[in-house]
Write a protein that binds this ligand. Structure first.
Ligand code: 26Q
Length: 831
C-alpha cells in the first residue's frame, strides 16, 4: 500500500439518519440485499437469508455507530482500550435485534418470505475467538461498556480459525478446525486504510539524530501488516454502538517483491504465508503453554498494532503533546497476554516520538492497567529471553532497562535483600533466562486487579506479595460479572417476560432492580411461583431436545437438571462430579431408592488438545454415561450426558434450563468463575466450594439458598502437608465403593487399566486438587439438594431468590467500578 493510498480524503458524508424499523422497511431492505447485493433472484439457501438479514440489521446500527465514533473522537475525550487476545463473542444477530429492539418487526418481515427468525439465527456460526471465561468476560465487558455509553474500544485478533470444534468419537474428544469465516462475516468492516506495520526480528541500531542526540532505531526487521476489521458492539436501546477492532495479519508487498524479483516465486508465497500465520489460529489452551514462538508473535502483533492505532486516533482527535497522552488514554490488559504493550509503548515514545526515558516511563505507568485471571503458578506466562532476543530485540533492550531501574528501586527500599531482588526481578535467572510477563505488567501498571474478592486477596497475600509491599495502592479487586442482555433477556425470553410482568423491564439495564422480586419469592403457592416453574420446565424441555439430538440421551424435564459446563481442567474437578454420579449409580444398583430424586446430569466442556488427563476425564464421563443410561434398572432415576462442543450458543440454551449449577473447584484455584453467575441469574441454585465468586454469590443470596461444601482455601493449604487420600478412601465406604468400581474395569471399554491414571492421581498424596478430601462433604451437600428438591414450593422460592439477588453480577456494575477506580471516563456525550 503506498502512502498516497493511505491519504484520507474527507468527503462530505452526511450524518446518517436512523432507518425505519417497521416490518415493511425491514422486509424491503432484506429483499434488496438478497437480490441486488447477493444476487439471489429466486430460491436461496438459509445461509443467504442469514447474510441478507444481517446486513439489513447492520444498516440499522450504522447511524449509531457513526455518531458514537464521532463522539468518541472528540478532542480531549478520554478513552479506554481493552487489550485482549480473546473476545468470545458468540452470535451477533439475535443480540443486535434485542439491543435495537426490532425483534418483532424482523420476525414479521421474515414471515413474508416464509422464513423463521429462530432458524435463521441458527445459521450464524459462533465467533469463537476465545477459550472460555477470560474471552467471554471481554465480550460481556464490551456489551456493558456500550450499554453504559463508555468510550471503550476493544482490540483483539481476527483469528481465521477460532476455538476448535469438539466432536465425541468413541467417547473421546476429537478436535476439528473452526473455519468460522468461510461464508463471510457480515458483522465486520475492513478498514485497510488504517493498517499498521509491525516489526519482527532485526536488531537495535544506535545513531545520532540531526540534533546530535543519541537515539536507537530498530532495523533489519521483517515486517507484517496489521489490517483492522471493525465489529459493531451495540448498547442496549441507547443509540450507542462501540467498536471492537480486530487485527488480521497480512504480508507487506515489498516482502513479496524482493523475493519475487530474485525469481523465487514460491519462497515469496511462503513468506506471505508465514506473515499471515500470525492471525491464523487461536491457541486452544486456557492455562498457558509456554514457549511457542507464534504465540509471542500474536501477542506483540496485537499490542503494537493497537498502541499505534490508539496513538493515531489520539492525534487525529487533536492530541499532539504527549504530556496529555496519559490523561487521554488508558489501556486495560486482559491478563499477561498483551503485556508486551508496556515495553512497546516505551519503545514508541522513545524511539519514534523521541521522549526521554523518564517522560516515557511516567506516561506508560500512568496509562497501563493489568487484570490477573489466575493463581495457578503454571499458568503464569514466561518467555525465554533468547526468543525475545531473536524476535523482539529492541523490546528486550527496553525490558532490561525497565528491570535494571526497577531493581535499583527495590534495593534502595530493601538494602541487601538479594533474595527479594531475585524474586522480584522481571528476568528470572536459571538455565534458561525467562521474562516474567506478570512482573512486567505489575511494574508497568498503575492498577492491578483480581477478578473476585477472594482471588484479589490471595494475590496480595501470596503471588504478588512482594509487589504489594512496595505498592499497596496499585492493587484492587473488580469482581467479574456477565451481561444480563445476552444471558437473560436474549437467552431466556420467557423468564424475561415473566419478570417484567411484575417489576417492569428496566431491570435489564439496571439489574439491581431484580431485588423487587424478593416479595414474590417469599409468598408461596402463588400463580407467580407456578409460572416460574412453568418457565423453567419449558426451558428444560428445550435443553432436553438438544441433549437428545446431540447425545442421544433422554432427559425428562421433570427431573432435577444438574449441570457443569466449563473448560475441562483438573482444578475444576469434573472428576468429583462424576465420582458422585457413580456413587448415585451404586446406590441405585443396591436398591437404595427411598425418597429418590430423579436427576439428569449434564457435563460439557473442551479439553486443551495436549491435556492428556483432561481428555481422559472426558472419556470417563462418556463411559459412565453409556453404562448408566443403558441400564434398565436405572431408568429415569439417573441420566448422564456429555454435551459436545460446549460454546456460547449452547450456554444460551443450557443456563436457562439449569436447576443446579456445579461450581466445585478446589478452593483457592478458580479465580472467579462467570458461568456461576449466568446460572444464578437464570434461577439455578449453586452447589459450590468457597472459591472465586461463589463466595460473593453466597453472600448475596444467603447461605440458606446455596449448597456450600468442601475445604476452604486456607484449609486446603494446611492439609497439603499431610494429605493421605488413601486413608480417606479406606474410611469412607461410599468412596471406596466408587473407586473400586472404577478399578474393576466396570466403565472400561475393552481397555484394561484405562482409568488407572485417574485413580492414581486422586489417590496421590501430591494431588494438588484434593478431590477426595471433599468427596464426603460434596455427597452430603448433594443429598441436601435432593431433599430440598422434594419441596418444590421451597425450591421455587430459592430459585427466585437467586435471580432476585443476582443484580451485583451484572457486568454493568463491574464496568462502573473499573470506570470509577481505574479508567475515569465520562459516559455518552459528556466530555
Ligand atoms: C497463555 C499463553 C499461551 C497460550 C494460551 C494462554 C492462555 C489462554 C487463555 C492462558 C489462559 C487463558 C484463559 C484463562 C481464563 O479463562 N481464566 C478464567 O478467567 C475468568 C474471567 O476472569 C475467570 O472467571 C476464571 O476463574 C478463570 O479461570
Amino acid at each position: 500500500m503506498s502512502s498516497q493510498e493511505n491519504c484520507e480524503i474527507l468527503l462530505p458524508i452526511p450524518t446518517l439518519q436512523p432507518l425505519d424499523n417497521d416490518a415493511a422497511a425491514i422486509s424491503d431492505d432484506f429483499q434488496r440485499y438478497l437480490t441486488y447485493h447477493l444476487g439471489r433472484f429466486k430460491g436461496c439457501t438459509p445461509a443467504y437469508i442469514y447474510q441478507a438479514l444481517s446486513h439489513t440489521v447492520r444498516d440499522r446500527l450504522m447511524p449509531h455507530w457513526q455518531s458514537t465514533w464521532l463522539n468518541h473522537l472528540q478532542p480531549q475525550k478520554r478513552r479506554a482500550y481493552y487489550l485482549s487476545l480473546e473476545f468470545l463473542i458468540g452470535r451477533a444477530l439475535g443480540n443486535n435485534l434485542l439491543n435495537l429492539a426490532i425483534e418483532n418487526p424482523t420476525q414479521e418481515a421474515l414471515k413474508r418470505f416464509s422464513a423463521d427468525l429462530e432458524q435463521v439465527e441458527e445459521r450464524e456460526p459462533d465467533a469463537g475467538l476465545g477459550n472460555g471465561g477470560l474471552g467471554r468476560l471481554a465480550a460481556c465487558f464490551m456489551d456493558s461498556c456500550a450499554t453504559l455509553a463508555l468510550p471503550v474500544i476493544g482490540y483483539g485478533i481476527r483469528y481465521e480459525y477460532g476455538m476448535f470444534r469438539q466432536r465425541i468419537e468413541n467417547d473421546e474428544q476429537v478436535e476439528e478446525p473452526d473455519h468460522w469465516l468461510r461464508e463471510g462475516n457480515p458483522w465486520e468492516i475492513e478498514r485497510a486504510e488504517y493498517h499498521q506495520r509491525i516489526q519482527f526480528g532485526g536488531y537495535s541500531e544506535f545513531y545520532k539524530d540531526a540534533h546530535g542526540e543519541e537515539r536507537v532505531r530498530w532495523v533489519g526487521t521483517q515486517d507484517v501488516l496489521a489490517i483492522p476489521f471493525d465489529v459493531p458492539i451495540a448498547g442496549y436501546k441507547n443509540n450507542t454502538v462501540n467498536t471492537l477492532r480486530l487485527w488480521k495479519a497480512s504480508a507487506t508487498d515489498e516482502f513479496n517483491l524482493q523475493e519475487f524479483n530474485q525469481g523465487s516465486y514460491t519462497e515469496a508465497v511462503q513468506a506471505k504465508n508465514e506473515a499471515e500465520h500470525i492471525s491464523m489460529v487461536l491457541y486452544p489452551n486456557d492455562s498457558s503453554e509456554n514457549g511457542k514462538e507464534l504465540r509471542l508473535r500474536q501477542q506483540y502483533f496485537l499490542a503494537s498494532a493497537s498502541l499505534k492505532d490508539a496513538i493515531r486516533l489520539w492525534k487525529k482527535g487533536g492530541g499532539g503533546d504527549f504530556k496529555t497522552f496519559a490523561a487521554d488514554n488508558v489501556f486495560q490488559m486482559n491478563d499477561t497476554h498483551p503485556t508486551i504493550a508496556v515495553a512497546e509503548l516505551m519503545r514508541l515514545l522513545i524511539d519514534e516520538y523521541h521522549l526521554n526515558w523518564d517522560e516515557a516511563w511516567n506516561i506508560t505507568t500512568q496509562c497501563m492497567a493489568y487484570t490477573n485471571h489466575t493463581l495457578l503458578p503454571e499458568a503464569l506466562e514466561r518467555w525465554p529471553v533468547y526468543l525475545f532476543r531473536r524476535l523482539l530485540p529492541r523490546l528486550l533492550d527496553i525490558i532490561y532497562e525497565i528491570n535494571a531501574r526497577f531493581l535499583r528501586l527495590v534495593s534502595r527500599r530493601w538494602p541487601g535483600d538479594t533474595d527479594r531482588l531475585r524474586r522480584m526481578s522481571i528476568i528470572e535467572e536459571g538455565p534458561v533466562q525467562q521474562v516474567r510477563m506478570a512482573w512486567l505488567a505489575i511494574v508497568g501498571s498503575f492498577s492491578i486487579n483480581g477478578v473476585a474478592a477472594l482471588h484479589s486477596q490471595l494475590l496480595v497475600d501470596g503471588l504478588f506479595h512482594d509487589f504489594y509491599e512496595l505498592w499497596p495502592h496499585k492493587f484492587n479487586n473488580k469482581t467479574n460479572g456477565v451481561t444480563p442482555r445476552r444471558w437473560v433477556a436474549f437467552a431466556n425470553p420467557a423468564l424475561t417476560q415473566l419478570v417484567s410482568s411484575k417489576i417492569g423491564d428496566s431491570w435489564i439495564a439496571n439489574l439491581q432492580e431484580l431485588e423487587k422480586l424478593v416479595p414474590y419469592a417469599t409468598k408461596k403457592h402463588t400463580a407467580f411461583h407456578k409460572a416460574w416453574r412453568e418457565v423453567k420446565h419449558a426451558n428444560k424441555q428445550r435443553l432436553a431436545t438438544l441433549v437428545k439430538q446431540d447425545c442421544n440421551v433422554d432427559f425428562n424435564p421433570d427431573s432435577l437438571f444438574d449441570i457443569q459446563v466449563k473448560r475441562i481442567h483438573e482444578y475444576k474437578r469434573q472428576l468429583l462430579n462424576i465420582l458422585h454420579v457413580i456413587h448415585l449409580y451404586i446406590r441405585l444398583k443396591n436398591g437404595k431408592t427411598d425418597n429418590w430424586v430423579n436427576r439428569c446430569v449434564l457435563i460439557g466442556g473442551k479439553a486443551a488438545p495436549g491435556y492428556v488427563m483432561a481428555k481422559r476425564i472426558i472419556k470417563l464421563i462418556n463411559r459412565v454415561a453409556d453404562i448408566v443410561n443403558n441400564d434398565e434398572e436405572i431408568g429415569e432415576r439417573l441420566k448422564v450426558a456429555f454435551i459436545p462442543n460446549y460454546r456460547v450458543s449452547s450456554m444460551e440454551i443450557i443456563a436457562p434450563a439449569a436447576d443446579l449449577s456445579e461450581q466445585i473447584s478446589t478452593a483457592g484455584k478458580e479465580a472467579s468463575g462467570t458461568g456461576n453467575m449466568k446460572f444464578m441469574m437464570n434461577g439455578a441454585l449453586t452447589i459450590g466450594t468457597y472459591d472465586g465468586a461463589n463466595i460473593e454469590i453466597m453472600d448475596a443470596v444467603g447461605a440458606e439458598n446455596f449448597f456450600l461444601f468442601g475445604l476452604k482455601a486456607d484449609e486446603v493449604q494446611a492439609l497439603r502437608h499431610d494429605y493421605r487420600p488413601w486413608d480417606i478412601a479406606a474410611q469412607d465406604a461410599d468412596l471406596k465403593a466408587v473407586l473400586d468400581l472404577i478399578r474393576s474395569g466396570h466403565f472400561n471399554d475393552c481397555a484394561p487399566g484405562e482409568f488407572e491414571p485417574i485413580l492414581n492421581s486422586v489417590l496421590s498424596a501430591n494431588d494438588p486438587w484434593m478431590t477426595l478430601a471433599d468427596f464426603r462433604s460434596y455427597v452430603d451437600a448433594q443429598d441436601k439438594v435432593a431433599t430440598a428438591w422434594q419441596d418444590q414450593e421451597h425450591w421455587t422460592r430459592m430459585s427466585i431468590l437467586n435471580t432476585a439477588h443476582s443484580g451485583f453480577f451484572s457486568t454493568d456494575r463491574t464496568m462502573l467500578e473499573y470506570n470509577r477506580d481505574i479508567w475515569k471516563l465520562k459516559a455518552g456525550a459528556e466530555i
